[in-house]
Design a protein around this ligand. Structure first.
Ligand SMILES: Cc1ncc(COP(=O)(O)O)c(C=O)c1O
Length: 377
């Protein structure tokens, strides 16, 4: 599914030098290695501030808290994402409400979001948290209008979308604040857990910096109860090295996605979407967006059987995500039942992520496509 060693080998010496520099300077927490990464990251995204922290999950919580979301507030998000997209709202002391997804992109549907904002709970909602799922931005034109119309903040879950953009504006620079994850399988990845908040607001940035260090603006003077969620120096140094290559890696992912499209079409396996009948519905890049293909996710009706068939041939695949968030045991208290979000529920039954990473070879893609063709024949 993903061979991280192929990325590591050519970078070995550069990474060893970066890690060794941290050891020489003994700057293990924040410090210059993290500050240098924050500056380079902000410049690359075209955003005023980047604040390193210890995971994508913490970055989501920090982004919400720094944007002023807290107890008594309600935040609208998607039921089809990683668990942290909802748990961060609870962690901030706020209440999540959900709206269904668009079947073609799997992202939060702005029309469904608008319906919730116009509904009985609309007045409580203080922020929308769209997720740029699989590396493609949620429909930001629509969310920007919703933000203005309803007077709510927009917080991006950009965990899977380093380098993606919406009409030329990078993920991370679109909303009031955004959160990134550098979990090792992400397209820009650390050597452990790490995350980042980005924002164009001086105020949000200042609060995020304060909250990531136990609410301290001055050492040992605590203005608020924050948390310890600092980025460590090794991660900052490693991420600074990888930041130089991420544009070329994202380009290679785009080429691999294009190759899959061509191979699936040539094999006659691609069906018109958004729902599959017997073959595959291929992922779709919305015009005006720049998808970074963190995942290449097809829809297929006999998904579980296909996955087993591929596994028997040593071809990795993954289901992101098998259970929509409103049906997770841990979130039962939100009060949603099966049938509440039919698009998310259907997606959870049909999605399958195929191997995609910058170093994936064409012959490997041909093997994946040939195996799927054999299964469907
Ligand atoms: C959409 C999304 N949000 C949030 C997170 C949380 O990031 P982390 O694993 O770095 O805490 C992830 C990563 O798994 C993710 O994919």
């Amino acid at each position: 599914m993903l061979d991280l060693k192929r990325q590591y080998r050519p970078l070995h010496q550069e990474l060893v030098d970066a890690v060794s520099h941290v050891l020489e300077t003994q700057q293990f927490i924040l410090g210059e290695p993290v500050a240098a990464f924050e500056r380079a990251a902000a410049e690359q995204l075209g955003v005023a501030h980047a604040i390193g922290c210890s995971s994508g999950t913490d970055a989501l919580w920090l982004a919400l808290a720094a944007a002023g979301i807290g107890p008594g507030d309600t935040v609208l998000t998607t039921p089809f994402s990683f668990f942290a997209s909802v748990s961060c709202i609870l962690r901030a002391g706020a209440t999540p409400v959900l709206a269904d997804i668009e079947p073609a992109t799997f992202n939060l549907d702005p029309k469904a979001a608008d319906a919730v904002l116009n509904g009985p709970r609309g007045a409580e909602i203080k922020a929308i948290l769209p997720v740029h799922l699989y590396g493609q931005c949620a429909d930001w034109t629509a969310f920007w209008h919703l933000g203005k119309k309803h007077g709510v903040k927009l917080i991006e879950d950009a965990a899977q979308a380093w380098g993606a953009d919406w009409n030329g504006v990078k993920a991370g620079a679109l909303g009031d604040a955004a959160a990134f994850s550098f979990y090792p399988t992400k397209n820009l990845s650390a050597a452990g857990d790490a995350g980042m908040v980005t924002t164009n607001s001086d105020e949000v940035a200042e609060r995020a910096r304060m909250l990531r260090q136990h609410g301290m603006r001055r050492r040992y003077y605590h203005d608020e109860v924050g948390w310890n969620t600092r980025m460590d120096g090794f991660q900052g140094a490693i991420l600074s090295v990888k930041l130089k290559y991420i544009a070329s890696w994202n380009h290679a992912r785009r080429m691999a996605a294009k190759k899959y499209h061509a191979l699936f079409h040539a094999a006659g396996l691609a069906e018109a979407g958004p729902y599959p009948t017997h073959g595959l519905v291929l992922p779709h890049e919305v015009p005006g967006t720049h998808h970074v293909w963190h995942q290449y996710v097809v829809r297929t009706p006999r998904r579980d059987q296909l996955r087993e068939f591929l596994a028997a041939r040593k071809i990795g695949s993954e289901i992101y995500y098998p259970v929509p968030l409103h049906l997770q045991d841990a979130l039962a208290s939100l009060g949603y039942r099966e049938g509440a979000f039919p698009e998310a529920e259907r997606a959870a039954r049909e999605v399958l992520a195929l191997p995609i990473f910058p170093e994936l070879r064409e012959d490997e893609q041909q093997t994946v496509v040939a195996a799927i063709a054999e299964f469907l024949s």
